[in-house]
Design a protein around this ligand. Sequence first.
Ligand SMILES: *[C@@H]1O[C@H](CO)[C@@H](O)[C@H](O)[C@H]1NC(C)=O
Ligand SMILES: *[C@@H]1O[C@H](CO)[C@@H](O)[C@H](O)[C@H]1NC(C)=O
Ligand SMILES: *[C@@H]1O[C@H](CO)[C@@H](O)[C@H](O)[C@H]1NC(C)=O
Ligand SMILES: *[C@@H]1O[C@H](CO)[C@@H](O)[C@H](O)[C@H]1NC(C)=O
Length: 312
Amino acid sequence: MLFRILLLNCFLLICTLWNVLGIVYPQQTRTQQGACDREKTPTLTVGIFQCASVFGDKTANLNQMEATSRKAQALGIELVIFPELYLTGYTDFSLEKVRQMAEFSDGPSFVRASSIAQKYNVSLAYGYVEKDENGTMYDSAMLINQTGDRLLNYRKTHPTDIERYYFAEGSDYAPVVDLNGIKISLLICFDISFPEASRVLALNNAEFIIIGTANGYPAELNDLSKKVTPTRAGENMVYVAYVNFAQTNGSIPFYGLSRLCDPTGADVLVAGSSSTELLFADICPQMFNPNPNPFFKEFRRPEIDGKICQIY
Ligand SMILES: *[C@@H]1O[C@H](CO)[C@@H](O)[C@H](O)[C@H]1NC(C)=O
Ligand SMILES: *[C@@H]1O[C@H](CO)[C@@H](O)[C@H](O)[C@H]1NC(C)=O
Ligand SMILES: *[C@@H]1O[C@H](CO)[C@@H](O)[C@H](O)[C@H]1NC(C)=O
Ligand SMILES: *[C@@H]1O[C@H](CO)[C@@H](O)[C@H](O)[C@H]1NC(C)=O
């Protein structure tokens, strides 16, 4: 009990400090006010949903998606981003369990998610276990627009060593698509550790890269949110959202720290380390980069940089 009281005090103190510093804390939302002028430049209100999923219970997770979409609509959020493998949860895998949870890209979960998008007029980006007609499984991400149409289905191109046991590598990056006037594409988790992945999307004129992730401890992985996410945004002059789980009821304690960075690499949104949060902000890429041929394109040296594609 004493422990609890101390914890509570600690929590309140931290929250107060965070308030004073203007940093987001649990359950709160923040908008980047005045940053975008909808009259002048395409603007999208982006929500990042840092949460826990119930492992193996797609219905429960779809219900949470619906509740979140309802809340998002009330807040004026136009796109909600969920973590990697959101629909199934990411923990305690077994091959049998993963097979059981796998669906075709147009399977029943897509049908439900599509109807949620349409009902609440919000676009949705979320992860799920995909299977193809041969039963091969992928760690995939889906982007559905506000009328319930599928815009992208991306199969993770860089699964980690453990994931390779369950999932095949996706054969290519996703195309870049238009969502409310903003050019968007998808990556997943470990893909962020390969600068080539984000650069390929940026060269394809992406303005916003959405990355669902599932990072548990060790704490060194925090650097992916704190350092790598702002770097990918700044070096490619794109917005990057990096959306993680927080908490779990399985064996991996996810650490949150979901993030949205602007094209200068500055933080727009930063979530806490263990709380469920729906944070949102307006993004407007063209305010940062009205030039359709950004500097990194003009000054690249493909004739020598091709070496990066050699097999060493
Ligand atoms: C859906 O949201 C968009 C803004 O993203 C708005 O312009 C449109 O009017 C909304 N549609 C409906 C049917 O509410
Ligand atoms: C499924 O297997 C068949 C026969 O091996 C092959 O031709 C086809 O390309 C495979 N489909 C996919 C999606 O991998
Ligand atoms: C959603 O995507 C479909 C297919 O690309 C398109 O016809 C529709 O207009 C889009 N909806 C919105 C609200 O942009
Ligand atoms: C996680 O929560 C679900 C539903 O509350 C429950 O069925 C499941 O057993 C829990 N798993 C663990 C590992 O606690």
